[in-house]
Design a protein around this ligand. Structure first.
Ligand SMILES: Nc1ncnc2c1ncn2[C@@H]1O[C@H](COP(=O)(O)OP(=O)(O)O)[C@@H](O)[C@H]1O
Ligand SMILES: [Mg+2]
Length: 258
């Protein structure tokens, strides 16, 4: 067990005008840990994720991140260059809609290669080789490397978005409903792939999902949100098998039998 967290969220609050998007959220994330944020639609999950990942300005509170050199600054105190480094290299963001995380009209290979070029890789042959390798890791045939994602199915697009994010070997990945837009028949394969890559690469992940089965499959720990507040948190198995807050009990009871 590593002794220090990779991320620490303290008393985070986001207001939209007078409306509270989320408030009083605090938790630590450990290297290699998968944390699920669950709750019904409108409970503040995306607001929280976007504030943590720097995509949205928070109203108050702290978000501390362990840099590769061991420092643990608040993201607000980073220089623009450091922030860019995190976004391009150390972090990934997997959107629900792959079109938000891909360039739909450049080739699959370029979608993956672009992230490598952003971190300084210049050798065309190397970039293409690594891109091909990553396509194969996400089960996209090498002969599709020059095709554009517009020609791909939803599942393939999502797998390409995953490859684009992971190629720089990030330490932390944010995911917002990564299987939410996919047909049920395709979801299982993408989840399976995510699960094996996350464990193989020892990634820390914060995953937002309204689907408790996704949380069960991927996460070790979870927090449950309702109306912008955390109502329960704990080890995923404990929360799902023995929910303590009435709202969590309701969520768990409403999972359809399969
Ligand atoms: N840009 C915004 N302006 C005003 N209210 C917003 C904005 N974004 C989200 N909200 C509100 O904040 C609450 C939480 O939204 P969101 O974080 O998207 O929830 P979730 O991801 O759990 O569905 C909702 O009531 C939503 O309407
Ligand atoms: Mg959301």
């Amino acid at each position: 067990m590593t002794t220090s967290p990779i991320l620490s969220v303290r008393a985070l609050e986001k207001r939209y005008g007078t409306f509270i998007g989320c408030t009083d959220v605090s938790f630590d994330l450990w290297p290699g840990e998968v944390l699920a944020i669950v709750g019904e639609s409108g409970s503040g999950k995306t607001t929280l994720l976007n504030c943590i990942s720097g995509r949205l300005d928070r109203s108050s509170g702290q978000v501390l991140y362990r840099m590769r050199d061991g420092r643990f600054p608040d993201l607000d105190d980073l220089s623009e260059a450091e922030r860019r480094f995190l976004m391009r290299t150390d972090w990934g963001f997997v959107h629900q809609n792959p079109a938000d995380g891909l360039r739909m009209r450049v080739s699959a290979g370029a979608n993956v290669g672009e992230r490598l070029m952003a971190v300084g890789e210049r050798h065309y042959g190397e970039i293409r080789h690594t891109a091909t390798e990553w396509l194969s890791r996400v089960e996209i045939a090498a002969e599709r490397i020059d095709d554009q994602p517009v020609a791909f199915s939803g599942g393939m697009r999502q797998r390409l978005q995953i490859a684009r994010n992971l190629v720089t070997r990030p330490r932390l990945i944010f995911m917002d409903e990564p299987t939410g837009g996919l047909d049920v028949s395709v979801q299982a394969r993408v989840l399976d792939l995510l699960r094996s890559l996350v464990s193989e690469l020892d990634l820390a992940v914060i995953i937002v999902t309204h689907d408790l089965a996704v949380a069960r499959l991927l996460s070790q720990r979870m927090i449950v949100m309702k109306s912008g507040r955390v109502v329960e948190s704990g080890l995923t198995d404990r929360v799902l098998d023995d929910p303590r807050h009435p709202y969590t009990q309701l969520l768990v009871a409403s999972i359809p039998e399969s």
